[in-house]
Design a protein. Sequence first.
Length: 558
Amino acid sequence: MGIKHMKHLKLFIFLCILTFTVSCGQQKRYIQYKVKKGETMSKIAQKLEMKTANLIRLNPDVNGEPRANTFLVVPEKKLNNLKNNVKQKPKVLSDSIVDVQPELTIEEQLLEDLKEKYEIYEVKKGDTFYNIKKRFGVTRGELLLLNPELKEGLKLGMILKLKEIPVEILYTDDEYYNDNIDYDKDLKVALLLPFRTYKYQSDTLLLKEIFANNSTLVNIATDFYLGAEMAVDSLRNQGVNIQFTAYDTGERRSNKLSTIIAQNNLEDNNVIIGPLYSEQAKTVASNVSIPVIYPVYSSDQSDFSANNIVKTSPEKEVFRAELERYLIEEFNRIDTLFTDSIANQNILHKGNIIIVSDNDTRSVKTSKSIQANLTLSTTAIVNVLQPEDGYIAKSRFLDLLKPNEKNWVVITTDDRVIVNDVINSMISLPEETTAKVFTFDKGRAYDKIDNTKLAKIGFTYVSDEFIDENSPNARIFNKQYQEKNNALPSYYAVKGFDITYDILIRLASGNELKATLDAGMSRRIETKFDYRNSAYIAENKGLFIVQYNEDLTLTRLK
């Protein structure tokens, strides 16, 4: 092969690697596009000014042409461009042919509006509540809640609201941090983690071999390191010059960290990621002026006082506040489609919220606080339920739950017995009584609960992670990680990537880290970072609201 051809081949390989890496690292956001009647993949791609092949690649589960009222994954930027173009007033050309769509009748427009919010069904001859339940998986009680007129029975031709289409709250572009790179900016990064490699001393054993051959080391530290290493590789392939040094901090109470601080000029770095232990993070922060990234959650992190520490995991109080905001927003989201006339005002329900607490002073205090805020901010009737003799009998729930009304149950305890009491009571309610269960702390108390039970009650919780396995970024990351490490990434491996990539891409802009943290939120593989409005210490408040679906999949509501 000639030199000329070799140059072309090298350039081609470089461009492939660069394209593949950038697609994994850079923050491209995707949102849902609702398919309209008569639309095909090629027509939708043409509207969005993208290639049909790329649209198909983003939606591998779509076989053939999409059905009306289903959703496709599309680039957010493409959809926003389409919306902006639609808003612009079109020029009228005398020689153009305009395809004028006939105006919809009031009834037809109401039906179209209804389809935007609900899955609907027209009652056919012979339909019963039983066969509708069997076909669509909705109970009589759930139907009555959305269709109060069903108290008079099913009628031929009646349009039923089967279930509400989950509404995902989207953020505007100006709320997101815009990734950009100053190619004249070099970065030096120190990673401090407790590898404890002294247990595996060998002149010929490489660090990578230690990770692969010693299961006792495949823990938080090693997984986080492997994810962080991928983030560094990704940025290097984008042209960022990074000097990356990992330090083994050893045992928690050893003097290894003090030795690292004494023998190395850590201040010479742009940023330090780690250590994992809160007291060690305080020690490092007190010895340097550069940012120290605390990469995990600790109950002691609320005691941090050094303003150069960045807390990447939200405080538990932030979880509670996020759920509280969501409940208020959702409860006050009124169905405006059928409330214009006074005659329909009587179908609106105040709703019913039950807050389940244990008898611990802290849990009771939290429950009372939530009760006060929800009572003040919604029209719901809010009660607090506490255990008697260590458990909560189902009859006590039935005394408070109302048939044919919106019933929400909020769990504020992590007591396994009480959590099980709630779940088991909610999955076996009378037919016309339905309930949805929420929590802001989905901890170990839920580990042994069957997911089918959680799906049946639409279990909704606050989480600091959400990974869409069908998203292009997640698929590419998983593939790259598996090829490099012969295993799928763990929770901490993804965290290692997300935290490291997010911090370094911000620093690569050439700006001070604090300024970039204030500039906007970001979403990486499975983590949301939102440090805006932090006071003295930069604190991440990025969280998701996640719901279990009947098919055991998860939907991100916010």
